[in-house]
Design a binder for this molecule. Structure first.
Ligand SMILES: NC(=O)c1ccc[n+]([C@@H]2O[C@H](COP(=O)([O-])OP(=O)(O)OC[C@H]3O[C@@H](n4cnc5c(N)ncnc54)[C@H](OP(=O)(O)O)[C@@H]3O)[C@@H](O)[C@H]2O)c1
Length: 353
């Protein structure tokens, strides 16, 4: 039996995880948490809001699936890593914000960190634990979102509902907007850097509209291994929950003879500047990734509330990053301060109502 704590149980990842758990008798949901929506009866221990580490202390799970959205997922990520409890991580924002602190906690705890993001799950599977020196580069694929191919002029007046219509993935609102701005790929770039110990100049992003190739790894001997499949988050969720068993899922295997073609393009970083801003924040280091994430969370929330234009999201993040003090964080309180500072700077950059 694997005893699972599911954080973010009411969300897109959370609901799909419940489906996986229900299909496998060897998986037991011992705790479930959400932010505001009720989760009563989902598991023996439940919690809505508050400090999720209290729930984890009570549940003492074998695996934490962190599917909370945003920086709010950070304490749970650190708790699992520090306690050596396997962490299945969908909440990329926590690793982006706390990269060095999270890796230090993992070194102390000695547990497994299994990515749930489909691109990173793909890279993890292509790597199979091979050391970083064998890797030439990592290629993260991006669908390009609903606005792929558009010019900046064509993005002037797009509304939240346009950004929420993602072509290949059905996800929660924050990550869907992040996919439309390419901030999601920027977060994933930083996530990949921390997960796989690869410098930024050896992580590439390419646009791949059908999301069939979930990512690939180029090795030093000239070989490139890719991970392919239909875009369905139940595959990486199941991989992480049942690792290393690779349990059966109801997802059909890829039908190559049906006329499948694979198309790749360079990303348009002028129209979608958040990808480049994320890369610059990653390279700057310290708490710059934390500031990038915080400012982006504020800007995306403002866009979804109709207080900021789509193109304004990148402007707000850029200005907040330029003004932020990004000295490294030595502990969680330092990091929380960096997050709060970037949020204040981003709020200041929002148009006056
Ligand atoms: N959806 C995908 O396909 C996908 C793919 C790759 C990675 N991810 C990542 O997975 C994470 C979740 O994404 P999602 O699409 O599932 O988001 P979502 O549908 O918006 O769900 C977010 C979940 O987080 C919970 N939550 C929010 N704030 C919380 C707090 N302070 N304490 C406890 N729980 C809180 C929400 O609870 P309430 O419902 O009560 O608000 C909800 O259960 C994100 O980091 C995202 O980037 C998602």
């Amino acid at each position: 039996m694997k005893r699972i704590a599911l954080l973010g149980a009411t969300g897109s990842i959370g609901r799909q995880a419940i489906e996986i758990v229900e299909a496998h008798p060897e998986l037991e949901l011992v705790a479930a948490a959400s932010g505001t929506r009720p989760v009563d009866g989902l598991a023996p221990l439940t919690q809505t809001g508050g400090d999720l580490t209290e729930l984890l202390e009570r549940a003492q799970p074998d695996l934490v699936l962190n599917a909370v959205v945003g920086f709010a997922g950070l304490p749970a990520t650190l708790w699992a890593l520090e306690h050596g409890v396997t962490l299945a991580l969908a909440n990329k924002e926590s690793l982006v914000a706390a990269g060095e602190l999270a890796l230090a906690a993992q070194r102390r705890g000695g547990g497994l960190l299994l990515p749930v993001d489909s691109e990173h799950s793909a890279v993890f599977q292509c790597l199979e634990g091979r050391p970083a020196e064998q890797i030439d580069s990592i290629v993260l694929t991006a669908s390009g979102g609903p606005f792929r191919g558009r010019t900046r002029d064509e993005l002037e007046d797009v509304a939240p509902e346009d950004a929420l219509a993602h072509p290949t993935w059905n996800m929660g609102p924050k990550i869907t907007v992040d996919s439309a701005t390419l901030a999601n790929k920027g977060l994933e770039l930083i996530e990949a850097h921390f997960l796989f110990g690869i410098p930024y100049e050896r992580i590439e992003v390419v646009i791949h509209p059908t999301s069939t190739v979930h990512s690939l790894v180029r090795f030093r001997d000239g070989a490139a291994l890719a991970h392919l499949g239909y875009p369905d988050m139940r595959v990486p969720i199941s991989f992480a929950l049942t690792y290393p068993e690779r349990a059966m899922t109801p997802i059909p295997s890829l039908d190559l003879a049906s006329g499948l073609t694979l198309e790749f393009h360079a990303a348009d970083e002028e129209t979608f500047p958040l990808l480049g801003l994320a890369r610059a924040a990653g390279e700057r280091g310290g708490t710059a990734p934390c500031a990038f994430n915080a400012a982006n969370e504020v800007a995306v929330a403002a866009f979804l509330e109709g207080r900021l234009s789509f193109l304004g999201i990148a402007d707000v993040v850029e200005e907040a990053l330029a003004a932020a003090d990004t000295a490294p964080a030595h502990d969680l309180p330092d990091l929380v301060e960096a997050d709060e500072q970037a949020r204040r700077l981003a709020e200041r950059g929002l148009p006056v109502a």
